[in-house]
Design a protein around this ligand. Structure first.
Ligand code: CTP
Length: 405
């Protein structure tokens, strides 16, 4: 359920840091992508290495240690997160946040994020009941922060009372419930098929015709579909990308294999997104033995592959069909033409000459065209973010269709 969810855990200094270690471990086991940030006091209890190993990511603790010169770490992490959770949250960090103080990696990130922030306090019972702490917690409630109340019991300081960090299992459960709310899972119960990557059309056992598609956009779309609750099938040509969590991956090589795989999944699919760069031609003849060079020039006769998307457009019963068009000029015009000749509901057009888009890049610039002839341009965005935005836009447009009818 937490697959593809990006969770930033901010660890501040109290004895409950040891429980944050278990919490991060359980979060990663639940499929979430976890990054950890620590204050200097937190590092007095546990070293960053524990969190690094469990989260399988770098741990951040120094605002001025910029590991990647292309971004500013605290802003980048603030933007990255779907949810930020401060666990354990000391009286100190609660006080700083309530007063807008940003004097370390954790507090600057907390001020910079627009994601939802949860606070799981842990402290001595008398500190928790201190008027200033009560006042700060009240302020943060008013500011829209969500609190995970500490539980009662034996405290490390010897007291019995309220102040224990909530159990890691319980916090993970609350996060799962948060992400399974219907508004966060608009594709729950739906089946989405995504195709990605290039196809390879064999000439002989050692040679093939292909293209430069990296598969990044398709993989990002499959991940986004999973995160929105869909049962997701990813039909992928040969790419160098890890299998996204939560998808059913079908590896194929050629256009013909992709056609077969997609057709077996098409009838009960609710949406098909064809982001694969399918070869339009294949060698008419495939040699079973390696072709030997001859004197002089040579040529290979090519024949058309089946247009998978067009085939789906002819067969579709109620599936939302989304195609892609990679163009170098007159992108909207060509896109509109493909949308209608292939009987699509949407087409995502990208100008592959744009330096921020196209094959291999992490970012993309696209325009979504709808069957109603409307155009929705998007600015340059990371493909992962763009995938979310595109799917949410399509779902919104589809719900308008339902509401209109
Ligand atoms: N497509 C397909 N099967 C093919 C070729 C393309 O399903 N044999 C799909 C792609 O997955 C993509 C869309 O069709 O969604 C691209 O349309 P296409 O007409 O092939 O565009 P181009 O490859 O850019 O072709 P053209 O040379 O006509 O511009």
């Amino acid at each position: 359920m937490l697959v593809t969810k990006k969770i930033l855990v901010c660890v501040t200094g109290g004895i409950a840091v040891y429980k944050a270690v278990a919490f991060v471990s359980k979060l990663t086991q639940a499929g979430a992508e976890v990054k950890v940030m620590m204050t200097a006091s937190a590092m007095e209890f546990v070293t960053p290495l524990s969190f690094q190993v469990l989260s399988r990511n770098d741990v951040y603790f120094d605002t001025f240690d910029e590991k990647d010169s292309s971004v500013i770490a605290h802003i980048d992490l603030a933007d990255w997160a779907d949810l930020v959770i401060v666990a354990p949250a000391t009286a100190n960090v609660i006080g700083k946040l309530a007063n807008g103080i940003a004097d370390n990696m954790v507090t600057t990130t907390l001020l910079a994020t627009t994601a939802e922030v949860w606070i799981a306090p842990a402290m001595n019972v008398h500190m928790y009941e201190n008027k200033s702490v009560i006042r700060n917690i009240g302020q943060l409630h008013e500011d829209g922060y969500r609190f995970i109340e500490p539980s009662e019991g034996f405290l490390a300081c010897g007291y019995v009372g309220k102040g224990r960090l909530e159990e890691p299992e319980k916090i993970v459960q609350l996060i799962k419930e948060r992400f399974s709310q219907p508004e966060n899972q608009p594709l729950a119960g739906k089946k989405v098929v995504v195709t990605a990557g290039p196809t390879r059309e064999r000439i002989d056992p050692v040679r093939y015709i292909s293209n430069f598609s990296s598969g990044k956009m398709g993989y990002a779309l499959a991940e986004a579909a999973v995160s929105l609750g869909a049962e997701t099938i990813l039909v992928s040509g040969p790419v160098e990308l890890p299998k996204p969590n939560g998808v059913q991956l079908i590896n194929v090589e050629s256009a013909a294999q992709m056609l077969d795989a997609v057709l077996t999944k098409f009838d009960d699919a609710d949406m098909v997104i064809k982001s694969a760069a399918v070869a339009d031609y294949r060698p008419k003849e495939q040699f079973t033995q390696k072709m030997k060079k001859q004197d002089g020039d040579s040529s290979i006769e090519l024949e058309r592959t089946t247009d998978i998307l067009k085939t789906l457009g002819e067969r579709k019963t109620g599936q939302v069909l989304v195609g892609f068009a990679a163009e170098t000029n007159d992108a909207i015009e060509y896109g509109m033409k493909k949308l209608s000749t292939k009987n699509l509901d949407y087409i995502i057009v990208n100008d592959v000459t744009d330096p921020d888009g196209g094959f291999g890049n992490d970012t993309n610039v696209v325009t979504l065209l709808s069957r109603k002839g409307k155009t929705y341009p998007f600015e340059a965005m990371h493909k992962k973010e763009l995938a979310q935005v595109l799917l949410r836009t399509i779902l919104e447009l589809e719900s308008d269709v339902v509401n209109d009818s």
